[in-house]
Write a protein that binds this ligand. Structure first.
Ligand code: FES
Length: 152
């Protein structure tokens, strides 16, 4: 079992024990670990003098936060209009078939989510693989990128 205490202590030390520090603390922790470990919740709540139930309510409200480790492969496909006009629909179909995962779903191996504009509109379709952005992604290029990612 992983001991998150040292990391949690350093995260809490960076944030004043005030209730408005809750979201920055959650972002800080998730940025480091990829998720908010449930075993850290009591200490976070104590640091901010809020109830654990309040903290769990905030976690449940924001889709961004997760309490389980993310899959090895996290993919975000741009589904905004500029990318759709440049092949994002066909790319989505290819990606779903290639990964055996529908957009908006997550398996043990991959999370496949939509995103609405990555700022690469002129060279769409665009996507992110593990937070790395790629533009002008064809189905063949996607396959090559996934092969690279899986062999690294
Ligand atoms: S619309 Fe896809 S990157 Fe902007």
């Amino acid at each position: 079992m992983t001991d998150f205490s040292p990391l949690l202590a350093s995260v809490l030390a960076r944030h004043a024990p005030q209730q408005d520090a809750l979201l920055p603390i959650l972002h800080d922790l998730q940025d480091h670990l990829g998720f908010i470990p449930p075993e850290t919740l009591t200490e976070i709540a104590q640091h901010l003098a809020i109830s654990r139930a309040e903290l769990e309510g905030v976690l449940a409200y924001y889709d961004h936060f997760r309490t389980t480790p993310p899959p090895h492969l996290t993919i975000a496909l741009c589904q905004a209009e500029a990318c759709r006009s440049r092949g994002a629909v066909a790319l989505r179909q290819h990606v779903e078939q290639r990964l055996g995962c529908q957009l908006g779903q997550e398996t043990a191996e991959v999370s496949l989510q939509s995103v609405y504009c990555l700022g690469l509109c002129a060279s769409g379709p665009a996507l992110e693989i593990n937070h790395q952005q790629y533009a002008a992604v064809t189905p063949a290029r996607f396959d090559a990128l996934i092969q690279e990612e899986q062999s690294s």
